[in-house]
Design a protein around this ligand. Structure first.
Ligand SMILES: NC(=O)c1ccc[n+]([C@@H]2O[C@H](COP(=O)([O-])OP(=O)(O)OC[C@H]3O[C@@H](n4cnc5c(N)ncnc54)[C@H](OP(=O)(O)O)[C@@H]3O)[C@@H](O)[C@H]2O)c1
Length: 347
């Protein structure tokens, strides 16, 4: 396992990390993802640590707090050997202040996450989405205070637009406050919008990408291909409408290319899809989703080898897409604004 710098910070994170959206199954939505209990979580975490993973990702809203609770119990005695990232912003409590990135909500949310995780500090604390109603200064000042108090080590954001992130970075700089060192983003072979605005921004501002749903919300697993019914046990049956929108035909075309590369390499479809992400600029860590031990072991084997440039080019071509404006226009000037930034991870 390689370790990468988390954006413009001194923190090293494993290139693969483990997501805990499958822990708990405490709500109907998350039950479709999985219902990993404490004992199974311990096993998955041990396997991950053994493979060199040092980062475990959760959020207050995952199974309404149960994912954090299970993670907290499963890492008992191991806290010093690993990093925890969690999040707030989406609705958790009742009432008008049970949601958002106000000082009020963030401070309460951190205290509650620390309790559920049974820890004194959070290594990476994310704003799960952008709150357009709260002044950005209020959010960042509250986060800076949490960093200074030692309850939070690094701050990050998730699902921000380019202007949200640039505004936040410039306000942090203006006041000398902690800045977002990472952006947790959706990025996959069937969802490459990240490359249009957020990747060039991440390169320019040195913001590391923590990639969520690297298999396209569970679609690039080898279980989905043209003419095949969705297998009985897949979270897609119940959650496909909530996740990233993607036309079936585009998925099939990308899966065809993955199948071709699978034949050449002897690797599986998810391993190739994950390895492609490891080759992309700005990616600090790819957050694995795994319902069980078999899936986890298979996905862990996505690291430690490299697709050839020809194989990457084949996958790039199959997943190519028409950018929205102004990106299709900028594509006409590739020597001025590289849209698909080539080369290895530069952060
Ligand atoms: N910041 C955000 O807004 C956000 C949003 C979503 C997720 N996340 C984070 O990202 C993590 C990963 O997201 P994700 O679970 O959506 O990732 P994903 O990699 O796109 O999908 C994982 C799912 O694909 C299937 N799968 C995975 N490996 C497989 C294999 N080897 N063989 C067959 N099937 C396989 C499993 O679902 P089935 O068994 O049901 O088919 C598994 O739950 C989450 O746990 C969470 O920490 C963050």
């Amino acid at each position: 396992m390689d370790y990468r710098q988390l954006g413009y910070s001194g923190l090293k994170v494993s290139e693969l990390s483990l997501g805990t959206g499958t822990f708990g199954g405490g709500t109907e939505f998350f039950r479709a993802w999985g219902a990993t209990d404490v004992n199974e979580a311990k096993r998955l975490i041990d396997i991950s640590l053994e493979a060199g993973i040092n980062l475990f990702d959760t959020a207050d809203v995952y199974s309404r707090g149960l994912s954090e609770e299970i993670l907290g119990k499963a890492i008992e005695g191991k806290r010093q050997n690993l990093l925890i990232s969690t999040k707030t912003t989406f609705r958790f409590g009742d009432g008008p202040n049970g949601v958002g990135s106000s000082r009020y909500h963030i401070v309460r949310a951190v205290e509650a996450s620390l309790r559920r995780l049974d820890t004194d500090y959070i290594d990476i604390y994310h704003m799960h989405g952008f709150d357009q109603l709260t002044p950005v200064e209020e959010t960042l000042e509250a986060l800076d205070t949490l960093v200074r108090s030692g309850k939070v080590r690094y701050i990050a954001c998730s699902n921000f637009s380019g202007w949200h992130l640039v505004k936040a970075l410039s306000i942090s700089e203006r006041y000398g406050w902690a800045r977002y060192v990472a952006h947790q983003v959706y990025y996959s072979l069937i969802g490459r919008d990240y490359e249009l605005e957020l990747m060039p921004l991440a390169l320019d501002q040195k913001v590391g990408a923590l990639v969520w749903s690297p298999l396209g919300w569970g679609r690039l697993t080898g279980k989905i291909r043209r003419g095949h019914p969705l297998p009985e046990q897949s979270r897609l049956h119940k959650t496909a409408d909530v996740g990233p929108p993607v036309p079936d035909e585009y998925v099939y075309k990308v899966v065809d290319a993955l199948d071709a590369v699978a034949k050449e390499t002897g690797k599986s479809v998810p391993q190739i899809a994950l390895n492609w992400l490891l080759c992309r600029p700005t990616v600090s860590s790819v957050i694995l989703g795994a319902r069980n031990e078999d899936q986890l072991r298979q996905n862990l084997a996505a690291a430690g080898w490299k697709l050839t440039p020809q194989q990457v080019a084949k996958l790039d071509a199959a997943s190519d897409f028409t950018p929205t404006y102004p990106y299709w226009h900028q594509r006409n000037f590739p020597e001025r604004i590289p849209l698909h930034v080539p080369g290895p991870h530069p952060l």
